[in-house]
Design a protein around this ligand. Structure first.
Ligand code: SAH
Length: 395
């Protein structure tokens, strides 16, 4: 198979040689073989040296690299990538852990497969293609997932409708790709706790798997406390806090989310009056309370999806954290997060610092949290570190 060729301008090969997986369109001097969106291309330095192989796209990121060695990008190549990703998670103690059957198998750039996300929910894998490249080979990837996770995963559901580039007009429809139709959702287990997940109607692939470690950390602080889980979605943090808290209130602007949070708490604790769910806007709710809580979780949706929205996003984090720091009881704890990729750890910490300074209260950082090992960050691709958290102690 002759692959299309992408040649870089002189001096524009530095970042590829340092294994950064994106080629920006401005670095390209010439493209031969007229690749279509999603085609595999090979990347060359200006002197003709081979550099990398990846998927072509017409946007500002023109190539997403999946190999820095010359390869035949066929079934065998991707089979090895999937086995590597699985072995990595077995080594990290995540796959095959007793009491946990929900985990991420493929995390895009973190697994050397930019544009591909695969999450495991018991016997179902949910695949999300973010590029035409992976969408074109989704059926093959689905077969390989079942092969690699044999005996565990029996069905693969494609949920790429909303994640593919809009302009690509691929006409994707969410549906089962391989194995039997396993319905819309299932009950999964995380650290022994049960969660109802609906991958067809739920946010992302159905569950915020990336907060597993922070949810665990929460229980070391929630004992006897009055907990506010703000932006609670399906009540992940609430179910953990219910292990030992005095009261847990879940707040979300979506009534479907609160219904799900109530269901998840009930599934683990029955009708326990310590839990209440509220459908409300975060800022309104926080403005109306007094110093009622001594533990708050603030896990808002990404305030910035693009670089040009960065300033507004930072302002959002400042406002949210300022009101929470103001309203927490003395001796209280705040778990605060940002999942905006364009907001760096430094930016986020500075926003929280400004928020704290405005309240005049003494604030200390107890923990700085990030992504669990099944959402690995490639050291060559700092952009994949999207989830940042701070655990604060407020006097
Ligand atoms: N903490 C959750 C994930 C949160 S996702 C978990 O661990 O699973 C962000 C949630 O914020 C979504 O459920 C969304 O409905 C909610 N949300 C968005 N804007 C909001 C607002 N202004 N006030 C309250 N909730 C909001």
């Amino acid at each position: 198979m002759t692959l299309a060729r992408v040649s870089l301008k002189k001096g524009k090969d530095q970042s590829v040689r340092r294994y950064h997986p994106w080629i920006f369109s401005g670095a390209i001097s010439e493209t031969t073989g007229s690749p279509a969106e999603g085609d595999v291309v090979e990347v060359f330095a200006s002197d003709g040296t081979y550099l990398a192989t990846g998927h072509w796209a017409p946007g500002s990121i023109a190539v997403r690299i999946f190999s820095f060695r010359r390869c035949e990008p066929e079934r065998e190549f991707f089979r090895k990538k999937l086995y590597d990703a699985f072995a990595f998670r077995l080594n990290a103690g995540i796959a095959g852990r007793s009491g946990t059957d929900v985990w991420r198998m493929i995390h895009g750039e973190g697994d050397g497969l930019p544009g591909l996300i695969v999450d495991i929910y018991g016997s179902v894998a949910v695949l999300q293609a973010h590029t035409a490249g992976f969408w074109h080979i989704r059926s093959m990837i689905a077969e390989l997932i079942i092969e690699v996770l044999q005996g565990t995963v029996t069905s693969v559901y494609d949920k790429s409708e909303a994640t593919l580039p809009y302009m690509a007009k691929l006409g994707a429809v969410n549906r089962y790709l391989a194995g039997e139709d396993a319905g819309a959702g299932a009950i999964v287990t995380e650290n022994g706790m049960k969660f109802s997940v609906n991958w067809q109607t739920g946010q992302k692939t159905g569950f915020f798997i990336d907060q597993r470690d922070s949810r665990s950390l929460l229980t070391t602080y929630s004992e006897g406390r009055r907990v506010l889980n703000m932006f609670g979605y399906s009540g992940g943090f609430s179910v953990y806090a219910m292990q030992n808290a005095a009261a847990v209130h879940t707040v979300d602007s979506s009534s479907a989310a609160i219904a799900l949070a109530d269901e998840n708490v009930r599934m683990n604790y029955g009708d326990d009056i310590r839990h209440k769910g509220y459908v409300a806007d975060a800022f309104t709710y926080l403005a109306e309370i007094n110093r009622d809580y001594d533990l708050m979780v603030l896990d808002p949706p990404a305030f910035a999806k693009h670089h040009n929205a960065l300033d507004k996003a930072l302002q959002g984090y400042r406002r949210l954290n300022a009101i929470a720091i103001e309203k927490i009881r003395p001796g209280g704890i705040i778990f605060t997060f940002s999942c905006s990729q364009v907001v760096s750890r430094e930016d986020f910490r500075r926003s929280v610092f400004v928020a704290a300074a405005n309240t005049g209260r003494n604030v200390r950082i107890l923990h700085q949290t990030g992504q669990p090992p099944d959402h690995p960050v490639s050291i060559y691709h700092p952009e994949s570190e999207y989830l940042k958290g701070l655990v604060l102690f407020i006097e």
